[in-house]
Every structure is written in C-alpha cells, then in structure tokens.
Design a protein around this ligand. Sequence first.
Ligand SMILES: Cc1ncc(COP(=O)(O)O)c(C=O)c1O
Length: 367
Amino acid sequence: MKVAATKYFFPPESIERVLKQFRDVLESGAYLTMGKHCEEFERKFAEYVGVKYALSMNNGTSALEAIFRAIGVEGAEVVVPTNTFAATAFAVIYAGGRPVFADIGPDLTVDPNDVRKRITDKTKAVVTVHIGGLVSPNTLELMEICEEKGIYLVEDAAHAHGGMLNGKKAGCFGVAAAFSFFTTKVMTTGEGGMITTNNEEIYEKAKLMRDQAKIEGRNFHRELGNNWRMTEFQAIMGLEQLRLLEKMIEMRTKVARAYDDELSGIPKLSLMEIPPRVRPNYYKYIAFLEGYDRDKLYAEMKELGVSMGGLVYEIPLHKQPVFQRYASESLPVSEDLCSRHICPPIYPQLTEEEVSYVASCLRRCLS
Ligand SMILES: Cc1ncc(COP(=O)(O)O)c(C=O)c1O
C-alpha cells in the first residue's frame, strides 16, 4: 500500500462548481483580482471566524507582514515562538522589527512563562502560532500578559482554520491574525492568505498597503505599499473550501480518533494530549518518539510505502543559520520536542485501512 503525506480535498462536485465560476468570471470581462468573489470570501471568512473584518491577501507571509507594519513594529522587539515556520520571523524582520525567540510547552505552542521573561521596554507584540491547528489554552494567559504590559498579541493562524478554544475560533483572540491558504493547509487556494481583526485601524492600514498604498485607488501614495492582492480565482476556490471546512475538520477528526486507537500502546511512542475545551482542526496529528531516531523511522516508513507528514518543526528558529544574530541562548523544550515529534499522514480522505496500515508500519518499525 502507498500512503501520501498530504492531499487537498476537492470532491468532483466542488471541482465542477469552481470551474463553472472560473468560466463565468472569464466570460464576464470583470477584473480578475480583488473583485466580488474576493469581497464575498472576506465577508464569509470574517463571519466564520467571528470578527468584524477579514482582508484577503496573496499569502500568509504578507498577511503577517501587513499586520506587523500596521501595528508599527519598526525598531521594536516582537516575541516569536522559536517553534514556527521561518515566515513568522521573516515577516517581523521585513516590517523592521527584531524577533526575540521564546520557548514552547508540551503542546508545541509558545510557553507564556517563557514569554514573560522575554518582554522588555522595547517589546511591541507577542506572536502565538497555533501549531498543527491547536489553539492552546495558554492563548488566554498570553492575552492577559499582553493586556497587562500594554502590547499586542498577534496570532499566526496559518495552520488553524476552524481550530477552536472555548467555542471561539482561531483568528479572534489577538489584535489581528494571519491565515495561509497554501496547498498543504486545511483549506487551500493554492497560494493565498487572510487577515482577520476587530480593529478598524489595522484593517484600513493593511488594506491600503495591500494595493500599493494607492489613496482612493489613484496613483497617489503617502507611504510604502505592495502588491499583496488576491485573485478572483483564489477567492472562488477559497469560498468552496470554506463551504467544506467543517466537513473537512470532521473527517480529519475521525482520522485522528482512529490514530488514537491504533497508535496507543506502541513502544517508544507517546501521543500528544489534546487539552479540554480545545477543538483542533487536525492540520497535523502529532506524536512523540522516545529513544528512536526520527530520520531512521521516516526512511523506514518511506520504504514501506508511507510518506510521513511534514514536521512542525524539525529545527527551531533559534537554531537556524539565518537567525543566528537574533538567537542568544538555548531553548531546551523546543530543542527536545522539535527533534523527536512525528506527524503521520492526515487528510480528510484518508481511509480506515490506510490509518491501520500506517499504524501497523509504525508498530513494526518501533517494536
Ligand atoms: C506557521 C506559518 N506561518 C506562516 C506561513 C506562511 O504562509 P504562506 O506560505 O501562505 O506565505 C506558514 C505557511 O507555510 C506557516 O506554516
């Protein structure tokens, strides 16, 4: 049996609906970017997340940069979890800020106690990254810390479409949040991004920057802008994926429950606990190795036909060459957990047979 690491979910009737709308747009002669489909996608995404504003973007990295520029991190420090994709810290730097790395807790998200230690007079914001689609209960403590210190909490929700804590969706906890719709994400537009916020000023600033800082759509500019626009084709795919999102999360959750059953009791493997009041979107299913080399396991699984899922993340940012000048000390929890977590394949259409096969291969390798 061959099992892929990841698959997007576009059932045949969805493909038909998308193609019909592509055709309608092309035949209409309407603008192919930032038109009525982008507006509808923004409106429905804001409604889904439970915020006032959503702004479609060309990707998640620019969504983050626009947020950091809008809150004004230039010359300031931004506390960033060391366990994230490089884009989180890149965006801080592009916006003129300095990333300060903080360690993580057992759920792989940033540890509020370590965040407290990193806050100085220069700190403008703290970023939380909902790793693997899990909105950690620690988010509430981070909100309190930021409020107490008078700084912003920004959510990197690139993984977390539909992930929930206490019945509230990822994207409504911080002053603003950035989503990614990259091909591997829980919902995808190929490339794409979205900002969500309740803050009108952030929304207006980001909106201006997104379209070359054109004032009232004219070629008149008071500040720097960029081309961060989303096309109508991405928005059409996004609307279709949003329509399917709850179903996709339900199907991913079913796969996760099957893994819970199949993987318990395998030697040298422990499963990540999901805290109460959390609904992950299961972008990733995460487990931890104890006393077995991960590269060896991934190679053995590949031999058996199973492509294991991408890691979140294998090398923390403070250990990456590009960030050496921002890294000052060891962050032991991330160094441990990043080196030994695994992500078995998970996607809506993964069958029970495939889950059983993956589990039997893991059991064989680790026993
Ligand atoms: C945590 C995190 N932040 C930011 C990004 C950047 O998103 P994009 O690839 O859409 O620019 C990603 C996407 O891979 C991500 O996983």
